[in-house]
Design a protein around this ligand. Structure first.
Ligand code: DSN
Length: 493
């Protein structure tokens, strides 16, 4: 099995596998170009862009060529609605093998009782999770009570009652500006229409999760679902405590580990920080710190397994068999000892980046990090998140703007920039490189000023970067990136 600690190790400049990957990609692009050359061009251009930019988006990564190549196959052509061994189409024996293997790797890697690998994304995984909780806690007991095998057997009157029961349940999740995710019951999202939602925030002084407040909110609101997990919180969570809170109020604990699944897989988060032994359901994406194909999966206790397995076709469209195959390959990679090294370096590098900011007097939400995220409050530079994001992009640094707790600039302009270390750690960056990244970011932001609007107020959107700053940042980034090339053995002809 290939070493997967860095992108250089999975296609190094001199091994035979690299030569084969180069031939495979070059040939594939030629075949594509014979039909629609603009798509082959866009694909080549994307590789060039990824190779040349400082990718600090916390939710992105670089999958291995083995994972990427697995998706380019005829497995894509097969319909396989249903679950392993119980499909709505004939001829699914190979998809059954693929799905069973991906699920086995997921169970073994995370120590889960059950794994469902069909979700097409993290949002889909969450929807399957919510659906499974409602099915298990509302639909199944109602059918038992009414002596019906399925909902089609219910009278109009019973069905109407059940529909209302479905829509009457409560969910408690982390607030968006504290780092929660839109799918955790927020009104614009379908989850906010499925559930009555309330959120728990973080301590206004420290920015940290306060479990006593979560418990108080749960006691008062009595949710059916307690959601833990985040997409912009730079700290670890004690899932044992979250489970205690859920148990006290009779809630199902669902943890969305989309962001930090790689740190769980790589055993950086263990014990109380590992959600899987504590949660009834754990959902994730497979493409962030886990470094697999774009997709999702759900881990569940045996109790929820049957409801989760009904995800397709009750919630999801037909499974993407080629992507499930790539999940199996990525999960096999994540079971290698070298993935643990990689995961530990993600967390170490986030600390180096945070320390690099703090030593240059920049302000961080919660004062630091102990996962893969660093959330920089850019208001000290006199900028909005939107201005900072754009100025950094002009200088070749790819990030995304993010709200900070109680953000005065709202969710569009924001006051924060979220940084993540998984992608550049895959490239091989370490302490010195992340310290240099912090230096470059601070240099750009210190040399960017908001423009003045017609009314004389500072603009929230437009800005000016001092002459020469973007160019010197690009040159410095290129030096770092050249030292750690992306897929160094991969040469397109
Ligand atoms: N897009 C993911 C992220 O960037 O965190 C969440 O949806």
């Amino acid at each position: 099995m290939t070493d997967v600690s860095t992108a250089a190790s999975y296609v190094s400049a001199d091994d035979d596998m690299s030569a084969r990957a180069s031939t495979a990609y070059s040939a594939a692009l030629d075949v594509i170009a014979s039909v629609e050359p603009r798509i082959a061009d866009a694909s080549r251009a994307e590789l060039a862009d990824q190779r040349a930019s400082l990718k600090l988006i916390a939710s992105e990564n670089y999958a291995s060529p083995a994972v990427l190549l697995t998706m380019s196959s005829w497995l894509s052509d097969k319909y396989a609605e249903g679950t392993i061994g119980h499909r709505f189409y004939a001829g699914c024996q190979n998809v059954d093998s693929v799905e069973a293997l991906a699920a086995e790797h997921a169970r073994e890697l995370f120590g889960a009782e059950h794994a469902y690998v069909q979700p097409h994304s993290g949002i889909d995984a969450n929807l399957v999770g919510f659906w499974a909780i409602l099915a298990h806690r509302i639909e199944t007991p109602a059918l038992e009570r009414l002596g019906a095998k399925n909902v089609n057997e219910l009278s109009e009157e019973d069905w109407e009652k059940l529909r209302h029961e479905f829509g009457d349940q409560r969910m408690l999740g982390m607030s968006l500006d504290a780092g929660g995710h839109l799918t955790h019951g927020f009104r614009p999202n379908i989850s906010g229409k499925m559930f009555h939602q309330r959120s728990y925030g973080t301590d206004p002084g420290t920015g940290l999760l306060d479990y006593d407040r979560v418990a108080a909110a749960a006691r008062e609101f009595r949710p059916m679902v307690l959601v833990a997990g985040y997409s912009a919180y730079p700290r670890r969570v004690n899932f044992a405590k979250m489970r205690e809170i859920a148990d006290e109020v009779g809630a199902t604990l669902m943890v969305d580990m989309a962001h930090f699944a790689g740190l769980v897989a790589g055993k950086v988060f263990t014990g109380d920080e590992d959600p899987v032994p504590h949660a009834h359901l754990t959902t994730t994406t497979t493409h962030k710190s886990l470094r697999g194909p774009r997709g999702g999966l759900v881990l569940a206790t045996e109790e929820y397994a049957a409801s989760v397995d009904r995800g397709c076709p009750m919630v999801l469209g037909g499974p993407l068999s080629h992507v499930m195959a790539a999940k199996a390959v990525a999960l096999a990679e994540a079971r290698q000892p070298s993935f643990r090294e990689y995961a530990q370096r993600i967390a170490d590098n986030a600390k180096s980046l945070a320390d690099g900011f703090l030593s240059r007097d920049a302000e961080l939400v919660t004062g630091g990090t102990d996962n893969h995220i660093v959330l920089l409050d850019v208001s000290g530079f006199g900028l909005t998140g939107r201005q900072a994001e754009s100025a950094l992009l002009d200088a070749g640094v790819v990030t995304n703007r993010n709200s900070v707790p109680a953000d005065p600039n709202g969710a569009w302009y924001t006051s924060g920039i979220r940084f993540g270390t998984p992608a550049l750690t895959t490239r091989g960056f370490g302490h010195d490189e992340f310290d240099r990244v912090a230096e470059l970011v601070v240099d750009v932001l210190s040399n960017t000023t908001p423009n003045t609007t017609k009314s004389g107020a500072p603009s929230k959107a437009t800005y000016t970067i001092a002459d020469g700053v973007a160019d010197r940042t690009k040159a410095a980034s290129a030096e770092l990136l050249d030292k750690y090339p992306l897929y160094p053995g991969l040469t397109l002809t």
